[in-house]
Design a protein around this ligand. Structure first.
Ligand SMILES: NC(=O)c1ccc[n+]([C@@H]2O[C@H](COP(=O)([O-])OP(=O)(O)OC[C@H]3O[C@@H](n4cnc5c(N)ncnc54)[C@H](O)[C@@H]3O)[C@@H](O)[C@H]2O)c1
Length: 330
């Protein structure tokens, strides 16, 4: 625990750089599970205080001060870092800005830094950030929020405990609207799927083959991790948004998507003699806890500098490396 934490205030001081959608305004989307933004999650945590914000856009600063009743907002990051003792810094700016901001945050010895995914818009910078952070005392959490959901925690536990026998394959799909380029889709959003699959399969995802192209609007990635067979499909041209992960085990299957979760167990078939069928186990989740559980990881890391976050900088860089490999081939 830092000395300052005890001496200056009982609360953990948090600040945000980048006061756009994920930094602040997604909180006001009436349909989203809350908290849905960095400002929202800090404000909802009783051990933390939202002490300041920073955005190069003055209008964003002014809205932020009103929306969150936060007195201090800066258009200069250096000034914010000089004026405030920050325990947890949230970086919610576009990916191409992450490297410079992280450099300043690490130089300022911020104990815990949460950076939005993807770590960077290019692999070279992502690797530089990783090297820099590994030499420092700052711990970086990459907000690949799907790692943190209750659903993912249950899946990971099932895998680790071999509840349905060995995990044999993972199939995942990400579908989006007509206008998106596959490259931006994979960089901005596909990173969640890539990171999640790498996490669930044990962190050793290796690509075997890639088919499809930007022109076709469809890409299939064939990969493996140890003996687990992996397929990822990215496609545009749908009227709906789909993120789905389908895991098949020796004795079961789990399908987890945005807003749904189904877990099946192999049982003596009610439909055929001498066969087994998959029967739904009726596992229900009313929420996912995606944002609050990520932030609780940051708070834990702040209180105990020995802890390694669930989603660390190396995980984030691995996702950028895999994205790069896919994008080079489409
Ligand atoms: N975890 C998620 O599910 C999720 C969801 C949305 C966005 N994101 C990620 O969050 C990041 C931001 O996305 P967004 O949709 O909120 O973008 P946004 O454009 O709505 O907000 C970004 C803000 O950063 C500010 N900004 C830009 N450069 C800056 C700088 N150098 N210093 C200070 N402020 C700066 C902009 O003025 C803007 O207000 C991206 O990396 C994006 O991929 C993650």
């Amino acid at each position: 625990m830092s000395e300052n934490y005890i001496m200056e205030t009982k609360k953990i001081n948090c600040a945000i750089v980048g006061l756009g959608r994920i930094g602040s305004t997604l909180e006001f989307d009436r349909k989203r599970e809350k908290p849905a933004s960095h400002a929202g999650v800090i404000s909802a945590h009783k051990e933390c205080v939202l002490s300041s914000g920073c955005d190069i856009d003055e209008a964003k600063c002014s809205n932020f001060k009103n929306d969150w009743n936060c007195p201090d907002c800066y258009t200069s990051l250096s000034q914010m870092l000089e004026n405030h003792r920050i325990d947890i810094l949230h970086i919610a700016t576009p990916p191409e800005t992450h490297k410079n901001i992280l450099e300043k945050a690490i130089e300022s010895k911020i104990p815990v830094i949460i950076v939005e995914k993807p770590v960077s818009d290019n692999l070279k910078d992502a690797v530089k950030i990783e090297k820099m952070s590994l030499k420092s005392d700052s711990r970086i959490i990459v907000n690949h929020e799907r790692r943190y959901t209750q659903q993912t925690e249950r899946i990971k536990k099932n895998i680790n405990e071999c509840r349905y026998g060995k995990l044999l394959s993972i199939n995942s799909k990400m579908y989006m609207g007509r206008k998106r380029s596959l490259e931006s889709m994979i960089y901005d959003d596909g990173t969640h799927i890539i990171d999640l699959i790498n996490y669930l399969s044990g962190g050793c995802l290796r690509i075997d083959d890639i088919t499809g192209s930007e022109k076709e609007g469809h890409v299939s990635v064939y990969a493996h991790c140890s003996e687990i067979y992996i397929q990822m499909e990215f496609a545009r041209g749908r009227e709906y948004l789909l993120f789905e992960t389908d895991l098949s085990f020796e004795k079961g299957r789990i399908i987890s998507g945005n807003g749904y979760y189904d877990e099946f167990e192999s049982r003596e078939s009610p439909y055929y003699e001498n066969f087994y069928s998959l029967m739904n186990k009726d596992v229900n989740f009313s929420t996912s806890g995606y944002f609050i559980r990520m932030f609780e990881d940051a708070v834990r890391c702040f209180k105990d500098p020995g802890l390694v976050p669930v989603s660390d900088i190396t995980d984030g860089v691995n996702a950028v490396r895999i994205i790069n490999e896919i994008i080079r081939k489409i």
